[in-house]
Design a protein around this ligand. Structure first.
Ligand SMILES: Cc1cc2nc3c(=O)[nH]c(=O)nc-3n(C[C@H](O)[C@H](O)[C@H](O)COP(=O)(O)O)c2cc1C
Length: 166
């Protein structure tokens, strides 16, 4: 699918509306759509994430500790960046795109390709595209089969407690 400038603006806007500590807005986002840069970034993805080559856009999510609140041992940049990206991904779903975050990538190669300084953390790379009607080129049989179901979640009682932690 073609991801237009308007779509990118809309996604960035959804992220920008997220709450953050002191309204620090610590997220920094690199949207990658050109064939040239996508091909370079495909080389930074880990084995097992080849399916992401069939998407239309990669979003590289950056932040650093100094951009947000640090209160004793509590560092909020990762939390606030996650909130913003959760909103962006929901907006993408509303706009009939699929998005898929990845931890499987090389931060070193990503830094080299995009010119990201060492003090900036490369938190995740998120692939975007339209939902494929039929099997795409770079997905394994197992991964394609998994597309049909969501993996099982914890029972609510395994993570939600009433009144006291137990
Ligand atoms: C921070 C993060 C990193 C992830 N890394 C990968 C990855 O490298 N490769 C992959 O295929 N899926 C990755 N995932 C996707 C999760 O495995 C997936 O979202 C989870 O199993 C729940 O499945 P669902 O999104 O289909 O409900 C990642 C998700 C998150 C939020």
């Amino acid at each position: 699918m073609e991801i237009t400038d308007d779509i990118v603006q809309e996604l960035a806007k959804a992220a920008s509306l997220a709450p953050s500590c002191f309204n620090n807005q610590p997220w920094r986002l690199v949207f990658i759509r050109s064939k040239e840069m996508l091909e370079k970034m495909h080389g930074a993805l880990s084995e097992g994430n080849e399916w992401a080559r069939d998407g239309s856009m990669l979003l590289v999510v950056l932040s650093k500790k100094d951009l947000d609140c640090v209160i004793r041992d509590r560092e909020y940049y990762q939390f606030d960046t996650g909130l913003a990206l959760g909103q962006l991904m929901l907006r993408a779903t509303e706009m009939e795109m699929v998005s898929h975050a990845m931890a499987g990538f090389s931060p070193r190669k990503t830094r080299e390709i995009l010119g990201i300084p060492e003090d900036m953390a490369v938190i995740t790379v998120i692939a975007f595209g339209k939902k494929a009607g039929s099997r795409t080129k770079n997905i394994s049989d197992e991964q394609w089969a998994e597309e049909e179901t969501r993996p099982e979640r914890l029972a609510l009682s395994d993570f939600a407690y009433m009144e006291r932690y137990s």
